[in-house]
Design a protein around this ligand. Structure first.
Ligand code: PGA
Length: 248
């Protein structure tokens, strides 16, 4: 059976005091969580988060990284730097990065490769906009986003990553995809990969993300191809995030 992974995406939230309180509560409550738990935090907090979580059973990571190894890239952070702080995961291709910072499929694929080359596990986000869903091209969009990575990294690379299906219209909007809508896209992703490599397809952890809350998590995670979640807003509240993790 595939393991379930629930990751928090803090986005640009938090401060030292709030993080400390949140992580203390997560560590205290993680004992009865069977799914793997992780938090993806802003870069400046990696040092304190790694110190706090080391040995505690909750993994951590970043929300973005550079596709470049090092050099004159002002403001960027490399995979090797994330390794210095013990990151396990790094989110690549979040829809906010794609939409607000112009990250193309190609750049996302380069980031994916650079993350894996450094031993990090990329959480590759894919998903369609509302307009794309309404015009019936969800599968083409998600397929294209996956193909860009497969073209550069090969299908075997997906054995060592997490894919997060996040319909853009469900992120931060309170509008969750129904379990059936989400399951349909998750099944499409797995089916597409199965045609290329059945072992990779069956082992791939595919998270759902987009307005997941304690109240809807269990139903989403009960779908056969949904293997946990990538949680934004609800990951900032310990009780809510723990309840979501327990539901996985
Ligand atoms: P949300 O965000 O849970 O706040 O909708 C999810 C995400 O963007 O990863």
């Amino acid at each position: 059976m595939r393991r379930k992974i629930v990751a928090g995406n803090w986005k640009m939230h938090g401060n030292l005091a709030d993080n400390e309180a949140l992580l203390s509560a997560l560590l205290a409550g993680a004992g009865d969580v069977k799914a793997e738990m992780a938090v993806c935090v802003p870069f400046p907090y990696l040092a304190s988060v790694s110190a706090k979580l080391s040995g505690g059973g909750i993994a951590w990571g970043a929300q973005n990284m550079s596709q470049h190894g090092k050099g004159a890239f002002t403001g960027e952070v490399s995979a090797a730097m994330l390794n210095d702080f013990g990151c396990k995961y790094v989110i690549v291709g979040h829809s906010e990065r794609r939409a607000l910072y112009g990250e193309s499929d190609e750049v996302v694929a380069d980031k994916f490769l650079a993350a894996q080359a450094a031993g990090l596990v990329p959480i590759l986000c894919v998903g369609e906009s509302l307009e794309e869903r309404e015009t019936g091209v969800t599968e083409q969009v998600v397929g294209r986003q996956l193909d860009a990575v497969i073209a550069k990294a090969g299908v075997a690379s997906l054995a060592n990553c997490v894919v997060a299906y996040e319909p853009v219209w469900a992120i931060g909007t309170g509008k969750t995809a129904t379990p059936a809508q989400a399951q349909a896209v998750h099944a499409f992703i797995r089916g597409k990969l199965r045609a290329l490599d059945p072992v990779v397809a069956d082992g791939l952890v595919i998270q759902y993300g987009g307005s997941v809350k304690a109240a809807n998590a269990a139903e989403l995670f009960a779908q056969p191809d949904i293997d946990g979640g990538l949680i934004g807003g609800a990951s900032l509240q310990a009780d809510e995030f723990l309840a979501i993790c327990r539901a996985a």
